[in-house]
Design a protein around this ligand. Structure first.
Ligand code: MN
Ligand code: MN
Length: 459
């Protein structure tokens, strides 16, 4: 395995650092899937991408080198850059997810107990609940009103904003708590966000809650009943950080999988004219099984290909199927990096991704004997090896960890259902799914380089 840092000239090292500055900015601004969706679409527009719904409405014609995007319910986005070859010959697809583990508010979140007001939460994705205690948290969300308008809420990350927290028990009184396993350390239903403590003046019962409602009415014009048509996410407070004395790493919330989303996006946007059509899928709901209309199981991407073919005057059902089956895909999602502090769960003998050793490929993921995995074909891997060698990409392979310790999955198997070639590839993280995850800047940079070479040259 090659340590990427050893290969860089001073100029390249600067490029790595500069690229990661833009990545850090993306992480700081895109703390929910909705905010990522907005950021991605704004950026894509600047590179000439147009909303496919406008193309459809105006009965416009699409031709090679045109670029379109599809916004799926403000939570997922697909980009297509049409190549010179017929689309039925297949696309080069990079896919990643923009949802991250977090705490969501329940439908009736607001309650008062013992003179304090709280928001009740329901966690989203695989978290270690104890990691979210006694740390500053920010609140993001949308409230959809009956008149059809939507109120955006973001509290915590702007200068001067208050933050929130879920309290933990002081060690002095924790003798019972400390005997519990980490899974039972705090119950999901006790993950209550403390939000206020001042009672409204002229109220007897639930006076603090009343005061919260007054504040919400004043700031956002919303009533308690409006929470039922709202979606709120609680995420760690603050910006993404450059980490390490040598600035070689990124410490930030949401790197699973915004690291692959961002690198895939930039790789897509920086393309000049293409032979094969390219697509980037930046999708929601991966952390809970890729379900629902905005997850990868939804058929919006297939429909988008049909719409593009139609706008080119070339639609048939068979062509859509051929386009999908003849495609090549990189399912870009993070893998677990070898962590010397937890070496016992690493896969032995160079089968574990390591910081600074480039983009990590996982031929298969899954758990308990590859269950639920897309096991990629060696014929395809050979093709990719050649592309990456020619583009001087530094890459490695990775298992998810020690065979019997567990595992996981990505969107790879869903794309593979169309009969296309798919492999998992991504940046290796330490502390994956923790409120702050750690990555290597060299790996982030190599990921972008690899995705770019793949989009341009895979055929
Ligand atoms: Mn992921
Ligand atoms: Mn994940």
């Amino acid at each position: 395995m090659t340590n990427a840092w050893k290969t860089y000239s001073e100029q390249e090292k600067k490029e790595v650092m500069d690229f990661n500055d833009s990545y850090i900015d993306f992480l700081s601004k895109g703390k929910t899937e909705r905010l990522c969706n907005q950021y991605i679409i704004e950026l894509a527009k600047g590179f000439g991408y147009r909303n496919i719904n406008e193309v459809i409405e105006n009965h416009e014609t699409l031709k090679p080198q045109d670029k379109v995007y599809f916004n799926m319910m403000n939570k997922s986005v697909a980009l297509i850059h049409i190549g010179n070859e017929p689309i039925e010959k297949g696309l080069n697809i990079v896919g990643a997810h923009i949802d991250s583990p977090r705490l969501d508010l329940k439908q009736h979140p607001l309650f008062e107990t013992d003179g304090l007001a709280f928001f009740d939460t329901h966690y989203y994705g695989g978290i270690k609940k104890y990691q979210w205690l006694a740390m500053p948290l920010s609140l993001y969300g949308v409230v959809c009103l009956k008149d059809g308008t939507t109120v955006d809420v973001c509290i915590g990350d702007q200068e001067g904003d208050p933050v929130f927290c879920i309290t933990d028990l002081l060690p002095h009184l924790a003798s019972d708590q400390m005997k519990k396993g980490a899974g039972e350390f705090i119950e999901g239903d006790n993950m209550d966000l403390i939000i206020a403590s001042i009672p409204a003046n002229d109220e007897e019962k639930d006076a603090v809650k009343k005061n919260v409602l007054n504040i919400l009415k004043e700031m956002y014009g919303i009533e308690e009943e409006d929470f039922v048509s709202a979606e709120f996410e609680i995420v760690p407070f603050g910006k993404a950080h450059s980490a390490g004395l040598d600035h070689s790493m990124v410490l930030a919330y949401g790197q699973d999988d915004r690291v692959c989303a961002y690198t895939s996006l930039v790789a897509m946007l920086e393309q000049g004219d293409l032979d094969r059509t390219a697509a980037a899928l930046l999708v929601d709901k991966e952390e809970i099984g890729s379900v629902g209309a905005t997850g990868m199981h939804s058929r919006f991407f297939e429909n988008m290909i049909a719409e593009v073919l139609e706008a080119m005057g070339d639609y048939s059902d068979l062509k859509v199927r051929r386009a999908l089956q003849n495609s090549y895909a990189l399912s870009n999602d993070v893998v677990a990096a070898h962590d010397p502090n937890y070496a016992s769960v690493s896969s032995p003998h160079e089968n574990m991704g390591q910081f600074g050793h480039g983009l990590a490929f996982a031929k298969y993921t899954g758990s308990r004997g590859k269950s639920g995995s897309n096991d990629s074909n060696p014929e395809y891997i050979a093709k990719l090896r050649k592309i990456f060698e020619e583009a001087n990409v530094i890459w490695q392979t990775s298992e998810l960890g020690r065979v019997d310790q567990g595992g996981g999955g990505t969107i790879a198997y869903i794309l593979a259902n169309y009969g296309m070639q798919v492999i998992d590839s991504g940046v290796a993280l330490q502390s994956m799914h923790a409120p702050f995850e750690l990555s290597s800047k060299a790996d982030v940079y190599e990921a972008k380089k690899a995705y770019s070479a793949f989009i341009k040259n895979c055929k």
